[in-house]
Design a binder for this molecule. Structure first.
Ligand SMILES: NC(=O)C1=CN([C@@H]2O[C@H](COP(=O)(O)OP(=O)(O)OC[C@H]3O[C@@H](n4cnc5c(N)ncnc54)[C@H](OP(=O)(O)O)[C@@H]3O)[C@@H](O)[C@H]2O)[C@@H](O)CC1
Ligand SMILES: Nc1ncnc2c1ncn2[C@@H]1O[C@H](COP(=O)(O)OP(=O)(O)O)[C@@H](O)[C@H]1O
Ligand SMILES: [K+]
Length: 525
């Protein structure tokens, strides 16, 4: 599992080493790691000797890292320039940079445009204006320079620790920010690099160890991300004595005469995620289509009998289906069953949900949900608010509803009511297509139906993540988001990175589960 931290947590982990006089050593490790990353990127594109690099250096230690890194690059034969964004920058680092033969330019009130043109011609730019010590965004001439450079389109940008203008702890972005190709981050992942909108600016993130890692282990991560290995351990491994009821039965209330496709997709995706049986509840017109695509499903016209989990909401519209969803949710509350609440069913939530209920809104639905809660306050929450502060709002929704909340997007966040948050981001923008969310609901429902016992088991794979039982539901939801995203990416790769339908995402799910499980079995001790 990848853990990510706030800027303050990273600084707290650094403090004992700074107190011991090790600050300069930390900075040298960071700068060396940054320089190595720049060298690797440049070499992918051209010969290193003679390539040009400009470091944009701010007044703090982030600028110091950038200047020391540029000194390494000068010694490797690159043509190095530093644009100083403050009157006083890190003095030793600047002296080291000059001694290595670097050229120094001063950013002032009137030369931002001119320097932007110069930077746009460079082989690589290092963004070392602001790091974890930033308060707010870039100011004055730095903001002007970055806005003009972004407009011109730099060839290759490497961020030092975090893209400048991004809040390291929350991922909130103060524009302008230089969109970077690679972020080289030090000591530990910053939460702001693993949640939007920050993740969208950060490019590929590389971690450089600087010696504070053991101190970070004592801190509760701000964000967590499941790795392929975690998924391999968490995904269901059917045992030899399994039968269809022991594998889990999923009830699905989805679709309507108007939105029958949502039922087709969620049922089909659930079946492809390996659940023992799917019981479908909905109108005959939708059921006919469901059974045509997935003859394995059962259409239930009366009491559906026992299930281990429910999905309700995809394509649900009109009195009749809302009534079925209401009856299913009453039963689920009574029996303590896990439930995925999506789309149309988000409007019929009980006053207080348990953590094993997983709400799956997109940003617009989350805004509407928060607005409908009496505890939210007077000011309406908009979709744009959620998109600019997803980490804040997903936590708020989980806390206020009592449910686990999965907020869909390019990066999907899952918050438990206690405040634990997972972030997964393995998909492709081609997944922004109608029906994609219905597939996710089916995948998640199927994992819940199969995992219910495993989640409660204190010796099981979920317990091994070190989570309290009520937080393990967020891990299941994160696993579903990751499988769904990986399936989308794989489906697109089948077409050389081309477009995909929601159906294609569902069809790729068995291959994702198969390869994750096989890799896990091959490498486990
Ligand atoms: N600690 C260590 O030993 C290690 C740290 N490391 C590195 O240090 C970075 C953190 O360094 P840092 O704390 O100096 O903060 P950083 O972000 O460089 O600059 C803050 C300075 O800028 C100013 N400022 C603030 N906001 C501003 C704004 N919006 N616009 C303009 N100015 C603004 C503020 O000054 P003020 O405005 O308060 O006078 C402050 O002086 C970290 O990201 C990593 O790269 C690594 O080398 C490992 C070892
Ligand atoms: N830009 C993107 N990159 C990766 N995945 C995305 C992107 N946009 C949306 N997705 C994913 O696609 C799905 C869309 O779900 P949703 O908005 O409910 O669509 P629908 O209601 O049409 O099914 C979510 O799982 C979301 O995480
Ligand atoms: K930076």
């Amino acid at each position: 599992m990848i853990s990510a931290f706030t800027g303050q947590q990273i600084r707290d982990a650094e403090q004992p080493l700074l107190d011991a006089g090790e600050g300069a050593v930390l900075m040298q490790r960071a700068a060396y790691g940054l320089a190595q990353a720049v060298i690797r990127e440049v070499k992918k594109r051209r010969r290193l000797a003679g390539a040009s690099v400009t470091v944009l250096a701010g007044k703090g230690n982030n600028g110091g890292d950038g200047l020391y890194a540029a000194a390494h690059l000068a010694r490797r034969g690159m043509r190095t320039t530093a644009v100083l964004a403050a009157d006083a920058v890190h003095a030793e680092a600047l002296a080291g940079f000059k001694a290595a033969g670097g050229q120094v330019l001063q950013l002032g009130p009137s030369n931002a445009e001119e320097l932007a043109v110069l930077c746009a011609g460079e082989d690589v730019i290092i963004d070392a204006l602001l790091g974890t010590g930033a308060r707010g965004g870039l100011r004055e001439a730095s903001a002007e320079l970055v806005a003009a450079l972004q407009e011109l389109g730099p060839r290759l940008v490497v961020a030092c620790d975090v893209p400048s203008g991004l809040d390291a702890g929350t991922g909130e972005v103060h524009w302008p920010v230089l969109e970077v190709d690679v972020t080289v981050t030090f000591g530990g992942f910053k939460a702001g690099l693993l949640t939007d909108p920050g993740e969208g600016c950060a490019g590929r993130v590389e971690l450089v160890q600087i010696g504070i890692e053991s101190a970070l282990h004592h801190q509760a991560p701000e964000l967590r991300r499941l790795s392929a290995r975690d998924l391999g351990a968490l995904l269901p491994h059917p045992v030899r004595r399994a039968h269809k009821y022991s594998r889990g039965v999923l009830g699905i209330v989805a679709g309507s005469s108007r939105f029958a496709g949502a039922a087709v997709l969620s049922v089909h995706a659930a079946a492809l995620t390996g659940v023992g049986m799917v019981r479908y509840l909905g109108p005959e017109s939708a059921a006919r289509m469901v059974l045509t695509r997935t003859p394995e499903a059962l259409w239930e016209t009366q009491d559906p009998g026992r299930v281990q989990a429910w999905v309700m909401g995809p394509g649900v519209d009109g009195e009749e289906q809302l009534h079925r969803a209401g009856a299913a949710s009453d039963g689920a509350l009574r029996d303590g069953l896990p439930v995925v609440v999506d789309a149309g069913a988000l409007s019929i939530l009980p006053d207080r949900c348990p953590p094993h209920w997983i709400l799956t809104p997109h940003a617009g639905e989350l805004a509407a949900l928060l607005d409908s809660l009496p505890s939210t306050g007077e000011v309406a929450v908009t979709r744009a608010d959620v998109e600019s502060r997803p980490l804040h709002f997903v936590r708020q929704a989980a806390q206020q509803t009592g449910a686990t909340v999965l907020l869909k997007g390019a990066t999907t966040l899952v918050a438990s009511p206690s405040g634990i948050v997972f972030s997964q981001s393995e998909g492709t923008p081609w997944m922004a297509t109608a029906g994609s969310g219905d597939v996710l609901a089916g995948v998640l429902g199927a994992l819940l139906a199969q995992a219910a016992e495993e989640i409660a088991d204190d010796d099981g794979a979920y317990a091994a993540l070190g989570l309290d039982p009520e937080d393990r539901w967020a891990a299941v939801a994160a696993a579903a988001a990751s499988v769904h995203a990986r399936a989308g990416a794989l489906a697109s790769m089948d077409f050389d990175g081309g477009p995909i339908t929601a159906s294609a995402i569902a069809e790729a799910v068995p291959r994702v589960i198969g390869s994750l499980s096989a890799e896990y079995d091959r490498t486990r001790p």
